[in-house]
Design a protein. Structure first.
Length: 327
């Protein structure tokens, strides 16, 4: 029985998110050592090996969960577990070779299979080291995608949803490209911040040092961003502006701070609500056309929300565990 691609990718994300126990990881590492990989192992990068391990482990766990539960003695249970592991490893190795060498399936299927997805759905910042040495910090509720077979070939291409801070490894021959909707950011080696949350009305790209080229694919417009500049793009109007960076330490969020870089007030309030798991009620008209620039290092939500609202003569109250914003 060959594992479905959907089930493979789902468990691959679980492994990358760090949700597997140490015992599970050690177990499938031992299994991996027993598999005959032939010349395929030489083609695998460390990142791909980690993906392979996750796929093998997923298939085993799904097969065991799908099997009917039958009471048996401890010795028999262990023998059945090991036998199931051996069968699934054999199947997994065959489908891995098929997957890597592309002997079956359409080009679309192969492209989807090569997709690496890194999601940060936890309430902490996640640090990711790419195969070329580029470092990416992913903020909460953020997602990074890249094709691990094509990455670092002619270019280094990634897609971002959410917020990420990039320290790009220098490589003049392989440009680093970040796609955020219509906006493509192209760099050779630099440090910059990208805010591109799907639910927010704007995309903001801020340059710390180096130089980056921005391109609007929909309008075929390009611009070059200089250090301490921010590009602000409206999803609604499709227009963009080049502005001075509003905060000095744009990447302070990588160490736990709340950073608002000329963010619409409504979206700042929503970020606070999401981070601290708050139910916040407000009249949209009270917050319309208002922006906030600030950095907060406090762990408590009340000082942060109070200061954000104070700038615009607003306040909040808490009634039955719900936060209400008023004038």
């Amino acid at each position: 029985m060959q594992p479905s691609r959907q089930s493979i990718e789902l468990f691959m994300q679980r492994f990358k998110a760090g949700d597997c126990t140490p015992e599970e990881i050690n177990l499938f590492r031992k299994w991996m050592a027993e598999v005959e990989w032939n010349d395929t192992a030489d083609e695998l990068t460390p990142a791909m090996l980690e993906s392979v391990k996750a796929r093998m482990h997923q298939q085993l766990m799904q097969e065991l969960k799908a099997a009917p539960v039958v009471p048996m003695k401890r010795g028999a249970l262990v023998r059945k577990y090991v036998a199931a592991a051996a069968i699934i490893i054999t199947v997994g190795a065959g489908s891995l070779l098929w997957f890597l060498k592309g002997r079956q399936g359409t080009a679309t299927e192969q492209s989807a299979a090569a997709l690496s997805v890194i999601e940060n759905d936890r309430n902490v910042v996640r640090k990711v080291t790419m195969p070329d040495g580029t470092i990416v910090w992913l903020n909460r509720n953020s997602r990074l995608e890249f094709n691990h077979q094509q990455y670092n070939q002619k270019q280094r291409y990634v897609k971002l949803s959410g917020e990420g801070f990039f320290e790009v490894a220098k490589d003049a021959s392989r440009p680093f490209v970040v796609e955020t909707g219509n906006i493509h950011t192209r760099v050779l080696g630099t440090a910059f911040n990208v805010e591109a949350y799907q639910q927010e009305s704007e995309i903001r790209i801020s340059l710390v040092h180096g130089k980056i080229a921005l391109e609007d694919k929909a309008k075929s417009i390009t611009a070059v961003l200089a250090p301490a500049q921010t590009m602000r793009y409206s999803r609604e109007t499709k227009d963009w502006q080049l502005l001075p960076m509003a905060v000095n330490n744009i990447n302070a969020w990588t160490t736990g701070a709340l950073v608002f870089n000329e963010v619409p007030l409504e979206e700042a309030v929503e970020r606070i609500g999401s981070r601290y798991h708050l139910a916040i009620d407000y009249n949209k008209e009270l917050l319309r056309n208002k922006r906030i620039t600030a950095i907060f290092t406090v762990n408590d939500w009340q000082p942060a929300l109070r200061n954000v609202l104070f700038v615009h003569d607003l306040k909040f109250s808490v009634i039955q565990q719900k936060v209400f914003i008023t004038e």
